[in-house]
Design a binder for this molecule. Structure first.
Ligand SMILES: CC(=O)SCCNC(=O)CCNC(=O)[C@H](O)C(C)(C)COP(=O)(O)OP(=O)(O)OC[C@H]1O[C@@H](n2cnc3c(N)ncnc32)[C@H](O)[C@@H]1OP(=O)(O)O
Ligand SMILES: O=C([O-])CC(=O)C(=O)O
Length: 371
């Protein structure tokens, strides 16, 4: 048996959903740069789940189905109102809420292909409503019902803020959703696949994936990037902060990647988007700080930003609360998780690696009165 720490370089499955090769990320063979430029999040979700981009008719039907399924049972919001808002993290709320959602789905345990596809639609549609609803509830506001005439991205921003986003805001958010939708066998997707490979249900798979995404080494890094920017405060303090952090061997959130060694292609696109939105806002303070941090980390450590770095500035400038950055990531990644869950079911085998035991051996049990 060979042991690889953190499973680095281990190929654990085959997949037709997304690929990373020579630092190019593709969904179903399409470069994400092209998808971000020429498609919408709904088209990408359809692509991930069906293997093909939709025709205009298919897209219209799919968008309608998502919109029809966006409302969540009122009981869920009643339960949310009882959460202790002062210390609960929105990712903990989301993890619980998605698990709770299963209780209100009479088909939660059905395992045939069509039932799983229908469940994927329901979870994808409702997860945005759950995040927006919680955000309002904790501010003492009532959740806003989904607006069926809006696209997925615009509807989320509308339910979150209570007013319609501008076309540019909706477009930038839509592209961010596209860029976060899937990423091969990242930790949360692997978690989802391990979970459902026991033939557990899709809600369990998505719930466990949310738990894995929450961590700061994975999706939780985008919120931590914002904490860092807040702590630094101003561009003139970047040098001191970063030098000090590196001297103390602290990890800089939003930098480094297990797979990309020459840069995360999503970070480059998100950087351009963050610039556009900060220009639009007329306040480039965070963007300028971010660029300086990027230059310094590259120079001092040779590390490049990952998807969580510039998405933080972008989400901030889109007016999203900082602790909702990771739930927003989860909204998008639900599409990828669901695609992988369905792929796992299609050719399932229990995922059960081995551990190389390196603890003590052949110990004698001493009775309790002699210990
Ligand atoms: C959507 C996503 O999940 S993208 C990733 C989001 N996570 C982050 O941004 C958190 C910060 N980054 C990291 O912790 C890492 O780069 C990870 C978790 C992304 C990848 O981890 P691994 O592949 O296991 O790399 P590992 O943590 O072993 O790092 C290798 C070396 O680079 C250093 N390094 C890696 N990332 C960073 C960083 N962000 N800041 C400072 N040093 C770093 C490590 O300290 C280590 O150095 P050493 O060999 O001298 O000890
Ligand atoms: O692939 C990874 O390890 C992490 C990542 O970038 C993602 O999930 O988007």
């Amino acid at each position: 048996m060979t042991m690889t720490r953190g499973l680095e370089g281990v190929v654990a499955t085959t997949s037709t959903i997304s690929s990373i090769k020579d630092d190019v990320l593709m969904y179903r063979g399409y470069n994400i740069q092209d998808l971000a430029e020429l498609s919408t999040f709904e088209e990408v979700v359809f692509l991930l789940w069906n293997g093909e981009l939709p025709t205009a008719d298919q897209l219209s039907l799919f968008k309608g189905t998502l919109a029809e399924n966006a409302a969540v049972p009122g009981e869920l919001f009643t339960i949310m109102k009882m959460y202790p808002f002062d210390h609960v993290h929105p990712m903990a709320v989301l993890r619980t809420a998605v698990s709770n959602l299963a209780m209100y789905d009479p088909d939660a345990e059905l395992m045939d292909k069509q039932s799983n596809k229908d469940k994927a639609v329901r979870i994808q549609a409702k997860i945005a409503t759950l995040v927006a609803g919680f955000s309002r509830i904790r501010k003492g506001l009532e959740p806003i019902a989904p607006n069926k005439s809006l696209g997925f991205a615009a509807n989320f921003l509308y339910m979150l803020k209570g007013h319609y986003p501008s076309e540019t805001e909706a477009q930038m958010f839509d592209k961010a959703l596209i860029l976060h939708a899937d990423h091969e066998l990242n930790a949360s997707t692997f978690t989802a696949r391990v979970c459902v490979a026991t033939l557990s249900d899709m809600y369990s798979g998505i719930t466990s994936a949310i738990g894995a995404l929450k961590g700061p080494l994975h999706g939780g890094a985008n919120e931590q990037v914002m904490h860092m920017l807040e702590k630094i405060g101003s561009i003139e303090w970047v040098n001191d902060y970063i030098s000090n952090a590196l001297e103390n061997r602290k990890k800089i959130m939003g930098f480094g990647h297990r797979v990309y060694k020459n840069g995360d292609p999503r970070a480059k696109i998100l950087k351009t988007m963050a610039k556009k939105v900060s220009d639009l806002k007329g306040d480039s303070r965070l963007y300028d700080m971010s660029v300086k941090i990027e230059d310094l980390i590259k120079e001092k450590k040779g590390l490049l930003p990952n998807t969580d770095f510039y998405s933080a500035t972008l989400y901030h400038d889109l007016g999203i609360d900082h602790d909702l950055f990771t739930p927003v990531f989860a909204i998008s990644r639900t599409s990828g998780w669901a695609a992988h869950i369905m792929e796992q079911y299609n050719d399932n085998r229990l995922i059960r690696p081995r551990a190389e035991y390196n603890g003590e051996r052949l110990r004698r049990v001493v009775p309790i009165d002699q210990r």
